[in-house]
Every structure is written in structure tokens, then in C-alpha cells.
Design a protein around this ligand. Structure first.
Ligand SMILES: [Zn+2]
Length: 226
């Protein structure tokens, strides 16, 4: 049965007064200024050092430490970009000791992307780094470019975690700079015809992507381990 409009108002008014309805100020949004910018100045790339289920567990607030991220990129056959924290809000990915040039506490001024990747293991033959699947990098690059464009992030402000916390962090790691993307199945493993190195990922060869070049960035520091 439909309640008449007047009775509905009488019924709702006390509830509204008891809750926040009455205290929300009305803001006129019809005015604007061109003199403003995004609070986002940096884009920081990470690897997770674990698999996708564990990464989701960690970055959705189920781990001991306080860690969160704007985007989590999986390593599935068809990689998924999970948007976990809204870009308008700070995520806790950079660390309180993070810094770049004169800026500190980069959680407040950055967007973070965690890439699912196992990181490295030390063995008898030295350190081995986990490769990045080609499709993962092919998915990452448009995401990076889109974020850069929307927030007017300068190419030199696309950084690795190892750039902004060099004492503690190695990510996104030694193989990231030359991760494969846009694979050419006919390429020769080891060296391309022009003499450039190629990678073999899951039985398929691909040219090195040179991720910084793809996004127009001159990487300022090479990730630790090179
Ligand atoms: Zn990191």
C-alpha cells in the first residue's frame, strides 16, 4: 500500500533529524576555477613477491601490516586489473620513509600499481628474478599511460618502489626494464635480427619491451640488482 506524500514526510522527518540529514551542508558547485591540478604527482610501480590470491588477501586489508594499493595487476593468462583504492584517496604502498627529490611521504601524492610477480630468489648460481609475462606488461602499459594522461604525471615521475625507498626495496626488479611486450612469434630467441636481445616466455619469444621507453620515460634509476 502506497503511503500518501504528506504522511511520508511526517514519518521521515524525525528520522532525518536524528541522523546526519540535517547536518550535511548544501554546497553550490556551480562555480569553478581553471587554476587547480590533481594532487597526484607520481606513479609508483611495485611487484608483489607473491601470487594473486595472496596479493588480493594482503591488499584488501587482511594482512597484519597496513598495506593497500590503487591497482593490482594479476599474472593470469588474461591479466586482470583490480581497482582497490580510488585514485582520489591515498593508499599505503610507498612507505612513510619514501621520498623523491624534495618530496616526502609519497603515499599522499602518488598512485600505486602492484604487479603480481614473485620477485627474486638467491640460489647457488646467484640471484634469479621472476620474469613478467608478456600479456601482463601489455596490460600494464595502457593503464600507466591512462593514469599519466588523466593526472598530467610527467614521465620522469613514473618511478619504481626501489627509486623512492632504495634502502628497503628492490621492486619492480631487475627484469622489469626489459620485460617483453607486443610479442613477435617469429623472433629468434636470444637475439633479434637487429641484434637486440629477446626473451622466451612460456615457449614464445618476444622482443624486450623497454617499459620506460613505452611510456616515454627516461628511467632515472635502474632498479636494484642490475
Ligand atoms: Zn613495493
Amino acid at each position: 500500500m502506497k503511503m500518501p506524500a504528506f504522511r511520508r514526510l511526517v514519518f521521515l522527518l524525525p528520522i532525518c533529524l536524528l541522523t546526519a540529514c540535517a547536518s550535511i551542508p548544501r554546497v553550490d558547485r556551480s562555480l569553478s576555477s581553471p587554476d587547480q591540478s590533481s594532487r597526484v604527482k607520481y606513479l609508483v610501480l611495485h611487484y608483489t613477491v607473491t601470487d594473486t590470491p595472496r596479493s588480493i588477501h594482503i591488499f584488501t586489508g587482511h594482512s597484519q601490516g597496513q598495506a593497500s594499493i590503487h591497482y593490482l595487476l594479476t599474472d593470469a593468462e588474461q591479466p586482470v586489473i583490480h581497482g582497490i583504492v580510488d585514485e582520489s584517496r591515498a593508499a599505503y604502498h610507498a612507505g612513510s620513509d619514501s621520498g623523491w627529490k624534495n618530496d616526502r611521504q609519497l603515499n599522499l601524492t602518488s598512485i600505486g600499481i602492484e604487479i603480481v610477480n614473485a620477485g627474486w630468489v638467491d640460489g647457488p648460481n646467484g640471484r634469479t628474478w621472476a620474469p613478467f609475462p608478456e600479456k601482463q606488461i601489455d596490460t600494464l602499459i595502457p593503464l600507466v599511460k591512462d593514469i599519466m594522461a588523466r593526472h598530467h604525471i610527467a614521465p620522469e615521475h613514473v618511478l619504481g618502489h626501489s627509486d623512492i625507498a632504495p634502502q628497503r626495496k628492490q621492486d619492480p626488479g631487475a627484469l622489469f626494464l626489459e620485460a617483453p611486450c607486443g610479442g613477435r612469434p617469429g623472433a629468434v630467441a636470444g637475439r633479434s635480427r637487429r641484434g637486440k636481445p629477446t626473451h622466451s616466455i612460456r615457449g614464445r619469444t618476444a622482443r624486450p619491451c623497454l617499459v620506460p621507453a613505452q611510456i616515454g620515460a627516461a628511467w632515472l634509476r635502474r632498479p636494484a640488482g642490475r
